[in-house]
Design a protein around this ligand. Structure first.
Ligand code: NAD
Length: 508
């Protein structure tokens, strides 16, 4: 699909010469934000950069829209979300292309990301009739006790570049059926994806008379900071690095607001002596090389039982040699570029540290700077033989670097797996039920996600998604994650005509 055709289909029209402006942002003529292709560095478009005053207007719109949205019955809110899901269905191909063009993931993953938006919209529609509260037996006669869930109010959603549209939808679709209004601040490297989404959903919201329910502000980190400090936002859902997330958490906590944190991961796959190596190698390849290692759930460490370590390593190296790297929108490409030249610099620095700290690079370990790769942010996927105490292995490097560590048994594998600050995703490959159960038990993986015989990345929306420790403890998407977006009210209703006190207290 040609870039101009793509942008046109997604309603991205030029307002000022050369500038794609979000029509809902006031103020013209500021220094625009350039959206650059990670494939060749070309400027795809320039986008108006929001100021703090724009943010203030967007937050005010969310505040103003809240009472009517809150009073709209949840199933009717679900109907609006159903129509948003339909619009996304209609434009799945174009939006998937744009994700690929602007962020650099391959087409299949770009389209898969939009599929995730559609799935969560469907999930939220069903949820709109299932925002259940419990009823509890009261200890007092003639009393009924129950809890109910009310909309929280306007919320903030700050998202990372690597899932430029799906992470917003995990939050927005659920928050919308819960009755919240919202302001979204996407990463500044992927503004077009966000504008395209807003262009698609705005007509649906307008048609239902709720234009202020979902608001977008495309701008720098300072806007995210303002959201953290903004008393008007009952919840700030932040997806991004642990370092920035910590600051957001502090700001929100200091005003006693709520935060939902989805931060960095450092995910391991354990491959036991009886593992099906065909499955394990395919899962590790997708987990480590998919999205060029730029998923929060990317596989970063493989813990290999000593008896299969040599064979696994040999076969994985062979698989790495066959990975086709290139234009993410070309058929047959398995790995696209990194998002920015800065990400390439981080990859190079990590390689230096790996060598210095005693890791051994088995393959890859190079930036691609010639031929078709010359202008893009291309690197080779890298395998590193690592001792279990390699210092850099404690950190999340957002690039396709995979550490291979040899372990002697399951006890050691679990200990190494848990011995990092992050706790997002984990997996074990084994045919032994007892080993699988041990890995899943409370003494096993300490991560928010623990899988058996599938890899660390590629979660389904039906489960609650998130992780522990430095990953932030938040849960998004399915299961009962919706509760984060509502306030719980415990109600006791007395129809007895008496006034008995709890705990049998007699007063006066
Ligand atoms: P980042 O932390 O650099 O940016 C995330 C967002 O925060 C962006 O929108 C950015 O503009 C904004 N921001 C920057 N400074 C801010 C500030 N001071 N206050 C508030 N917001 C600010 O992260 P990134 O590079 O875009 O994304 C990669 C990171 O995100 C990785 O660590 C990855 O693991 C993590 N991530 C986690 C999940 C998850 O669900 N756990 C999902 C996707 C990405």
């Amino acid at each position: 699909m040609k870039v101009q055709t793509l942008l046109k289909e997604l309603g991205l029209k030029k307002d000022n010469p050369g500038v794609y402006a979000a029509r809902w942002l006031a103020g013209r003529g500021r220094e625009p934000l350039a959206s650059c292709s990670p494939h060749d560095g070309a400027v795809i478009a320039r986008v108006q950069r929001a100021t703090l005053a724009d943010y203030d207007r967007a937050a005010a719109a969310a505040v103003a829209a809240f009472p009517r949205w809150r009073d709209t019955p949840a199933p009717r809110r679900g109907e609006v979300v159903r129509q948003i899901g339909n619009v996304l269905r209609e434009h799945q191909e174009a939006l998937g292309h744009l994700v690929s063009l602007e962020m650099g993931k391959i087409l299949a993953e770009g389209s898969g990301e939009v599929q995730e938006m559609i799935d969560i919209a469907d999930f939220a529609v069903g949820l709109s009739r299932q925002l259940y509260g419990l009823t509890m037996p009261s200890e007092r006669p003639g009393h009924r006790m129950y809890e109910q869930w009310h909309p929280l109010g306007p919320i903030g959603i700050i998202t990372a570049f690597n899932f430029p549209v799906a992470v917003w939808s995990w939050n927005a679709m659920i928050a919308a059926v819960c009755g919240d209004t919202m302001v979204w601040k996407p990463a500044s490297t992927t503004p077009l994806c966000a504008l395209a989404v807003q262009n698609l959903i705005a007509p649906v919201l307008r048609a239902h008379g709720h234009p202020g329910v979902m608001n977008l502000v495309v701008g720098p980190g300072a806007i995210g900071q303002a959201m953290g400090e903004d008393e008007r936002l009952g919840l700030v859902s932040f997806t991004g690095s642990t370092e920035v997330g910590r600051g957001v958490a502090r700001a929100v906590a200091s005003r006693l607001g709520r935060h939902l944190l989805e931060l960095g991961g450092n995910n391991a796959v354990l491959v036991m002596d009886d593992a099906d190596l065909d499955l394990a190698i395919r899962a590790v390849l997708f987990g480590a090389v998919g999205t060029a290692g730029q998923r929060c759930t990317s596989t970063r460490r493989v813990l290999l039982h000593r008896s299969i370590a040599a064979e696994f390593t040999r076969r994985l190296k062979r698989a790495y040699a066959q990975v086709r790297i290139g234009d993410p929108r070309a058929a047959g490409t398995l790995m696209g570029p990194l998002v920015t030249p800065e990400a390439v610099a981080d990859y190079e620095q990590a390689l230096e540290r790996i060598r210095r700290e005693g890791g051994r690079i088995l393959c890859g370990g190079k930036v691609l700077r010639s031929g078709a790769y010359r202008k893009g942010n291309y690197v080779l996927p890298t395998l590193v033989a690592a001792p279990d105490d390699l210092p850099i292995m404690q950190e999340e490097v957002f690039a396709p670097i995979l550490y291979l560590v040899t372990v002697n048994d399951l006890t050691e594998a679990i200990a190494v797996q848990n011995d990092v600050p992050q706790g997002l995703s984990s997996a074990i490959f084994t045919g032994r039920v007892a080993d699988a159960e041990r890995f899943l038990s409370h003494g096993g993986s300490d991560c928010g996600i623990a899988n058996v015989n599938i890899g660390t990345s590629g979660a389904e929306i039906g489960g609650a998604f998130g992780g522990e420790k430095d990953t932030g403890g938040g849960r998004e998407a399915g299961s009962d994650a919706w509760r984060s977006y509502m306030r719980r009210q415990t109600c006791t209703l007395n129809w007895s005509g008496e006034l008995p006190l709890a705990q049998g207290i007699q007063f006066g």
